[in-house]
Design a protein around this ligand. Structure first.
Ligand SMILES: Cc1cc2nc3c(=O)[nH]c(=O)nc-3n(C[C@H](O)[C@H](O)[C@H](O)COP(=O)(O)O)c2cc1C
Length: 155
C-alpha cells in the first residue's frame, strides 16, 4: 500500500505537518512519501489562472492525504485548482488536513474541509476524515498528534 501525502504549502506550516505525518507513518512501517503541489505563482491574484510547476500524479497511490492552508476563509485557491484538474480518484482511500492561523474553526477551517470533501466527491472518492490545525492555538501540538494518530489508526 503506497501513501501519497500531497501538499500545497507556501510558508511551510502545512509542509511541516506533512513531514511529521510521513515520519510517523514510515516509523509504523508504511510506505509514505510527500508529493508537493507547486504552482508557477504561489501568490496568485483572485482572477489569475493557476498553472503548475509540479502537478502530482496520484495514480501510484492507494491512499492520498491532501494538505493545504486556509486562505481568505476558504481552501487555498492553488489546492482548489489542483483538485479540480485531477482525474478520477475512484478506489483511493482519502484523508485531508488544513492548517490555518486563527484558533476558531469558523475562520475557514470547516469550509476548507468541506471544499476538499466536495472536490474529492466530484472525482468519485470520499474523504474518510479531515483535520484542522490552527497554528496560533495553544493545543496545536495535540491537534497534530491527533491527526497523525487517527490517520494511522484508519489505515
Ligand atoms: C493569502 C492568505 C490568506 C490567509 N487567510 C487565512 C484565513 O482566512 N484564516 C486563517 O485562519 N488563516 C489564514 N491565513 C494563514 C494561513 O492559513 C496559515 O498561516 C497556514 O498555516 C499557512 O500554511 P503554509 O505555511 O503551509 O503556507 C492566510 C494566509 C495567507 C497567505
Amino acid at each position: 500500500m503506497k501513501i501519497g501525502i500531497v501538499v500545497f504549502s507556501k510558508t511551510n506550516n502545512t509542509f511541516s505537518v506533512a513531514e511529521r505525518l510521513q515520519d510517523a507513518l514510515v516509523k509504523q512501517g508504511f510506505d509514505a512519501v510527500i508529493d508537493r503541489v507547486i504552482p508557477v505563482n504561489d501568490n496568485p491574484g483572485p482572477k489569475e489562472p493557476i498553472t503548475f510547476q509540479h502537478f502530482p500524479d496520484l495514480s501510484a497511490y492507494d491512499v492520498i492525504i491532501f494538505g493545504s492552508p486556509v486562505w481568505a476563509f476558504s481552501l487555498a485557491g492553488v489546492m482548489k485548482a489542483y483538485l479540480a484538474e485531477l482525474p478520477t480518484l475512484s478506489g483511493k482511500k482519502v484523508f485531508c488536513f488544513v492548517t490555518k492561523q486563527l484558533a476558531s474553526k469558523f475562520t475557514g477551517g470547516n469550509k476548507a474541509i468541506r471544499q476538499i470533501r466536495s472536490a474529492v466527491a466530484a472525482k468519485n472518492a470520499t474523504v474518510d476524515q479531515g483535520f484542522i490545525i490552527s497554528w496560533k492555538d495553544k493545543n496545536r501540538e495535540a491537534a497534530i498528534a491527533d491527526c497523525i494518530d487517527q490517520i494511522a489508526t484508519a489505515l
